[in-house]
Design a protein around this ligand. Sequence first.
Ligand code: LLP
Length: 428
Amino acid sequence: MTRPSLPGHPHFIYRDDELVVENVRLRDVAAAHGTPLFVYSKAAMLSALAAYQRGFAGRHAQICYAMKANSSLGVLQVFARAGCGFDIVSGGELSRVLAAGGEPGKIIFSGVGKTRTEMRQALAAGIGCFNVESEAELDVLSEVALALKLRAPVSIRVNPNVDPKTHPYISTGLKDNKFGVAHEDALRIYQHAASLKGLRVVGIDCHIGSQITDTTPYLDAMDRVLDLVAAIEGAGIPLEHIDFGGGLGINYNNDTPPEADALWQQLLAKIDARGYQNKKLMIEPGRSLVGNAGVCLTEVLYVKPGEHKNFCIVDAAMNDLPRPAMYQAFHAIVPLSKPGDDAAKVTYDVVGPVCESGDWIGRDRALAVAPGDQLAVMSAGAYCMSMASNYNTRGRAAELLVDGDKVHLIRQRETVDDQIRQEQLVAG
Ligand code: LLP
């Protein structure tokens, strides 16, 4: 019997009470590859991308996947083959994109702290645009480009000062954030950029935050950015593109973000109303392309009843799934094999083996579980593996990419030897 897919996860369904992604039973891959294990659905990624592509149909637009959300090569390859560009934030990310077959001309480089080495690397690769975040960075980039006898294509990240109403750690467009330049200073800084010989001003960009589920902050930010486009062009500095960042949320727990195409219908109407329909549009979505395309499979090691709390101790931990510890984030947790309807559920805190009280994955979850049972931590495609660590000398998990009934191993499980390879004992 096939049951409806899990909310927000159209590619994950129960078939005969077994959780299946595309045509692959998750219990089988857990048995073959061990846990913790990340499993991604290629179809889920492409269908998330298709929502943006529908939104931009007939427009001059470039979707740059914000690869910080998940920078595994096999994931990047899916987006590179689908024609995406990439939003990078380090020289390391640039190397990954190139290794995965991404086109240099479709890369944009964001971030407040680009080093001279990273600037040289990106200029040599021929990236499409530097999203510059401060006046000081403009000066350094111009100097670095001139030394290479090049002109760096730049956009300046402006801070529209709107509240995206999300977790404070992932709000980026407010006045007190370290990102971007203040709206009030933008025109002057554009004039400065236009005067620098090593730069070529090509665009404007903003990014107001992440896991945004409300349309209003986006609409407000678009108004603010379009005001600046008018002012900057009015001052004689033409802009080829508008880059509106990323940030669209996903459904983790009864969240109801707008669909990408519906959101863009409203944003494009604003752009058109100001007569900018011929400007190239760029966006930098991360989470909304991969978040609900991935799960982390984990096995129950022990159940530990307590006076006030029961603990379900699993083999995945905060080093694999850092979001609950960092942002009190919610990830749904479901069994790979559905227990019978009469199985007694107990309320547990689902926790990992790491020696920190902050090492929890889900709180107060009603589950019918016993040691050896396997669970899927949902919505684990974004900001999990890319933020994973080796804390407690735990190796990072393996990763699989599912495509129909094919299963591709895209990252081997990290061994202790992998972890200690770069270290050495002091001689003598
Ligand atoms: N562009 C820029 C300049 C960004 O800083 C970010 C994310 C994105 C695009 C992509 O945003 P997205 O579409 O994924 O929301 N680790 C946090 C999220 C941090 C987001 C940082 N910047 C989390 O797990 O919730």
